[in-house]
Design a protein. Structure first.
Lengths: 311, 255
């Protein structure tokens, strides 16, 4: 079955890509499989200067999920270009580069540098990291700020810009519409949900940062609901993510309206998860009677429309 | 290369208070040559636990690898309930272990605390096989927690400390460092961070330490288990414990 999906800047041979932050810059996973098997490679967030991130512990397991508070550790955009994008030259799979910063100026500087690189096919604007004091989520919870940042980044980027939305907001549909209006070419959603886990012995949070971002299967219903609502309200494509662990989850995100599906936390339990999902997807689609991937994308609400008009 | 295997459980028994010894065999045991590396083991059924558990290799002998773990939560509890004949999903060996290939005819001291003790056993065996003399100082909370005492005694002089004095010396492993022979040339240590800090500040001879940390992916991609380098001029400024470590030269990273 033809699994190709064509999105702004991203010609995907299949709809499966890793989620930013769970895949480093691809190097480690290239030890397990050929990265060309992936629909795209999403690389870890880049900031203007290198960042060390938060103190440890940075991760804590929860029931059906985990909390992380890495704090955008990365070597800075210059070294990412010199070392990591250079490493990725040997692959032809599209690269989606995640852009972060503390200020609008920093986002713009990083977006300009990454967007000009021949190995970067699209940018993912990270306005949803819950684990840094400045920037990140503050842009992702205020539609006016998010729109202004999107506009600024769009004005300098040579490649399409996807905005990664936070679920930690009152009205994600309003946020999605605001960034679409500001020129976003696509959306990726959802980032993690802010959470906390306490150590019963000390009475204090396990994470040194106190709070962290919840990911994993426990957040999937929230992600499905948000993709379902947002993809009906906007006309730009959505890359869906949040708790995908099996091929059935992939189909669920497609039905909810996602045009591609990213895999995050599941890479930790099973480093082979992405190629396994790609291999299993055609059979699953066939078993539900689909003859192409496009037949199922957004079927959840298209079906509603049909039945409404039919009654 | 992907080193992921469903390893067969040959034994899984309690050897001390809440402490289990698990023996496994599988395709990659012959690659588990360097002491100090770890196995990244999937726990739980389905997606109940999304993170693997890093367990250090305690021994490799006749195509059988041993890990020793303590029940600290639901994941390790699940592991303790696995039966002989079942399999566990293992990635590994991972990480960089103790660099001992060149060490001959030296007097080495091994210092371990609690679940930091297991990797020192495989290390001690290798060092003795290479013609070295080994002295071990092993710290536990109390008598019920002590394991592998006789095994270490077969490698060389072994001193046990307990926090409550219920077995061996009462006190900390660092209390005994001053009583060591003057001919000790290097130390290797594994245990909780405060212990490693005490050990590396007490010794004046060179040494290597192995760190414990909560890990995410265990393969170097997620940046969960990092530590800072002591050298401010270091080009990266950090080390990933799962990939660059867990073993580091004493003084290389901030404890």
């Amino acid at each position: 079955m033809d699994l190709r999906v064509s999105l702004p800047g991203l010609e995907l041979k299949n709809p499966i890509l890793p989620a930013s932050g769970c895949f480093g810059f691809g190097r480690e996973f290239s030890e397990f499989y050929d990265l060309n098997e992936l629909g795209a490679i999403t690389i870890k967030a880049a900031t203007g200067e290198g960042r060390y991130g938060n103190p440890t512990p940075r991760v804590a397991e929860t029931s059906g999920g985990m909390l992380n508070a890495i704090g955008l550790q990365n070597p800075g955009v210059k070294r990412i270009i010199e070392e990591e994008l250079k490493f990725l030259e040997q692959y032809d799979t599209p690269v989606l580069a995640n852009v972060a910063g503390s200020t609008e100026e920093e986002y713009v500087e990083v977006a300009r540098a990454l967007g000009a690189h021949h190995r970067v096919n699209a940018l993912e604007l990270n306005i949803s990291c819950p684990n840094v004091k400045e920037g990140g989520i503050q842009f992702g919870t205020d539609p006016t700020l998010a729109a202004s940042l999107t506009r600024a980044v769009k004005s300098v980027s040579e490649v399409p810009v996807y905005v990664k939305l936070s679920p930690n907001t009152g009205d994600i549909v309003e946020m999605a519409k605001a960034v679409e209006e500001a020129g976003a070419d696509g959306l990726s959603m959802i980032n993690t949900l802010v959470g906390m886990k306490l150590d019963l012995a000390t009475g204090r949070p396990i994470l040194a940062n106190g709070t962290g971002g919840l990911s994993g299967p426990s957040i999937k219903p929230v992600a499905i609901r948000m993709v379902y609502q947002v993809s009906q309200a906007v006309s730009i494509p959505v890359i869906g993510m949040g708790g995908v662990t099996c091929v059935e989850d992939v189909l669920e995100f497609l039905l909810a309206g996602a045009s591609a599906v990213a895999v995050g936390t599941a890479n930790f339990q099973n480093p082979m998860i992405c190629p396994e999902l790609i291999e299993q997807l055609p059979d699953l689609l066939e078993s539900y009677g689909y003859d192409s991937i496009h037949a199922c994308i957004g079927r959840s609400f298209r079906h509603e429309e049909t039945s409404l008009s039919g009654t | 290369m992907l080193k992921k295997d469903d390893m067969h459980i040959l034994q899984n028994k309690m050897i001390a208070d809440n402490t289990f010894e698990m023996k496994l065999t599988g395709r990659f045991v012959n690659l588990m040559k360097q002491p100090g590396q770890f196995l990244h083991i999937k726990v739980g059924d389905g997606t109940s636990h999304v993170l693997r558990r890093p367990l250090s290799i305690a021994n490799v002998d006749h195509h059988i690898v041993t890990v020793i773990y303590k029940i600290v939560g639901k994941g390790t509890k699940w592991l303790s309930e696995r039966k002989i004949g079942e399999t566990v999903d293992v990635i590994g060996p991972r990480g960089r272990g103790f660099p001992i290939e060149e060490i001959r005819n030296e007097h080495i001291v091994l210092i371990g605390g609690g679940v930091g003790v297991p990797p020192l056993y495989y290390l001690g065996r290798k060092l003795v096989q290479q013609g070295n003399t080994v002295t071990s100082i092993l710290g536990f909370q109390g008598r019920d927690g002590v394991f592998y005492e006789d095994a270490f005694r077969q490698l060389g002089e072994t001193l046990i400390t307990t926090d409550d004095g219920s077995h061996g010396y009462k006190g900390r492993v660092t209390d005994l460092i001053g009583e060591l022979d003057q001919d000790v040339t290097q130390y290797f240590s594994c245990g909780p961070k405060p212990m490693l800090k005490g050990v590396s500040e007490t010794f004046t001879i060179p040494g290597f330490i192995s760190l414990e940390e909560r890990m995410g992916c265990g393969v170097g991609a997620c940046f969960a288990c990092v530590c800072e380098t002591t050298d401010p001029e270091d080009s990266k400024g950090y080390r990933k414990i799962c990939q660059d470590g867990p073993v580091f030269r004493a003084g290389e990273v901030v404890l």
